[in-house]
Design a protein around this ligand. Structure first.
Ligand SMILES: NC(=O)c1ccc[n+]([C@@H]2O[C@H](COP(=O)([O-])OP(=O)(O)OC[C@H]3O[C@@H](n4cnc5c(N)ncnc54)[C@H](OP(=O)(O)O)[C@@H]3O)[C@@H](O)[C@H]2O)c1
Length: 343
């Protein structure tokens, strides 16, 4: 028996389109191996919302967006409806949120997540914004309503940092977390040290669909700080916000700094760090000059990595190569499947 999961997909950009591609390519595998069929009944982009209760065709939808089409151009478009309003009363079991990060008010993601959870709908996020602004509130709402709030795609793309932290470090006292969490800035630093310009490297990250819609989030360190805040709330056990993180980015680093580092046998990396203190953790994001044999110095190009130091599990090192948005979309799928499927 295959269970049909009616879902809403908010955001049809690089990640949302990749999610549709996976639904096209893995439909049979999902049915046979996991007994699941994901049927997209609501979609939203910057032009608005469309609802099709019998399900959109993922391939047609993806091509429509890929060719520059908007949701407003679909026959199922609902004029003057916000995504969270369109969710109200809709038969839907899962919301997949992949709209841009908005650190001012979290919209449209925050209202979508609140509405979904209030209605007893499971939520899977790639968008960090709602968690960074309202982690504790949303987590409590999910628990109160007995639904899942899953977000493994928000930290280091498909690297399962959140899953490892929440599931695999049982009873650990974590002394320190260090990581390279932003592949756009990591790639820019690497390319600049190879003589390429900052602008060229950033453009490549944008063309590949890796950079944030607002790339200042990447290069000024805020995307990395967002991920650190999510880690802090989800498995360091503290109620951190962005105000608790000392943040500096890579915009002050020039090719001379990178060449000097290499001449000394070192590398400059944008490092997120959480250090245990007597009262909690000191959280920071800043460029660090690292010895070449440091694990994080070895996270090059499109790689991201994390080091977790704890009493029971000693030091864990994890890293990923992610040069396109597909793995992040796959992480959303992983979260979605895990809501219904247990082996
Ligand atoms: N790209 C990655 O590798 C990656 C990795 C991890 C996490 N993420 C996160 O995933 C999310 C999506 O990233 P992305 O790369 O797919 O971004 P993107 O390519 O910029 O796509 C964003 C999508 O959201 C839509 N959108 C914008 N404003 C909206 C609104 N008010 N209401 C509804 N939809 C709206 C856009 O509409 P239009 O199509 O009309 O422009 C677009 O379809 C972001 O939060 C990002 O931080 C991305």
């Amino acid at each position: 028996m295959t269970k049909t999961v009616k879902c809403a997909l908010i955001g049809l950009g690089n990640v949302g389109r990749s999610f549709l591609q996976i639904l096209e390519e893995k439909e049979q595998r999902l049915a046979e191996q996991y007994g699941l069929h994901f049927q997209v009944v609501l979609v939203a982009d910057s032009s608005g919302v469309a609802v099709c209760e019998s399900g959109f065709d993922p391939a047609k939808l993806r091509h429509h967006k890929f060719d520059g089409g908007k949701v407003a151009g679909l026959p199922e478009f609902l004029a003057e409806r916000m995504p969270h309003e369109a969710l109200e009363g809709l038969t839907c079991e899962l919301v997949l949120e992949a709209s841009p990060v908005n650190l001012k008010d979290g919209e449209p993601g925050l209202s979508v997540v609140r509405m979904a959870l209030q209605q007893g709908i499971h939520v899977v996020l790639a968008n960090k914004g709602p968690l960074v602004l309202a982690f504790q509130e949303l987590q409590k709402l999910a628990v109160d309503k007995g639904v899942k709030l899953s977000y493994s795609a928000t930290v280091c793309g498909a690297l399962p940092v959140i899953n490892i932290g929440r599931r695999d470090l049982i009873a650990a006292d974590i002394a320190k977390v260090r990581g390279v969490f932003n592949s756009t800035s990591n790639y820019i630093l690497e390319e600049m040290s190879n003589g390429r310009s900052y602008a060229e490297a950033l453009t490549e990250a944008q063309v590949r669909g890796i950079a944030e819609a607002d790339p200042s989030l990447d290069v000024e360190g805020w995307d990395t700080a967002n991920k650190l805040v999510i880690i802090a709330n989800s498995f360091l056990g503290i109620k951190a916000t962005l105000n608790d993180v000392d943040v500096s980015g890579i915009t002050g680093i020039n090719q001379g700094d990178l060449a000097d580092a290499i001449a000394q046998g070192r590398r400059i990396k944008l490092v997120a760090q959480a250090d245990r203190t007597e009262t909690g953790y000191a959280l920071s994001v800043a460029p660090h000059l690292l010895p070449i044999d440091d694990f994080l110095a070895g996270c090059s190009s499109w790689e991201m990595g994390i080091e977790i130091h704890s009493d029971l599990y000693e030091i864990m090192y994890h890293k990923i190569w992610e040069a396109e948005p597909l793995p992040t979309a796959a992480a959303m799928l992983r979260d979605a499947v895990n809501i219904w499927f247990s082996s």
